[in-house]
Design a protein around this ligand. Sequence first.
Ligand code: CUA
Length: 159
Amino acid sequence: MSVNVYERIWMWGAGGLIVLFLAAIGITAVAQAVQPPSHIETINPATLDEHPEFGDPQVVVAEDGRVIVSVVAEMFQFRPDPIEVPVNTPITFRITSADVVHGFQIVGTNANAMAVPGYVSQFTVTFDKAGDYDIACNEYCGMMHHVMVGKITVKGERP
Ligand code: CUA
């Protein structure tokens, strides 16, 4: 079978692109660690009120100085609200939902997580500017989704 030379060029070109794209996926996944999160922590959303951490969600300063913020997202608020944290300090947010899927996006930063009932979402962020930040729920969660807003107050010194 003879294949026209231009057809051959296009075939090799298209094949080369497929190899290039697969290599890009492989390199980012392996070398740059673009992977699903490894932190998987489950929780019973039905008994959140009695949970030692999420029964009374709050900002805790650990003995080693780490600041941990436990957050419950529920229709249609975040608890605690407002959240007060210090500036220039790594803040670990631990977020869960009491009912449906909510979002937890700290407006003006790259901090963004889903609040999923049954799971704890966790990330650490450092605020380099003091001030007030809004928390937006960016997952449609019901009739009052659009008013589900929280506040983070970042203060100049440690609490
Ligand atoms: Cu909570 Cu939208």
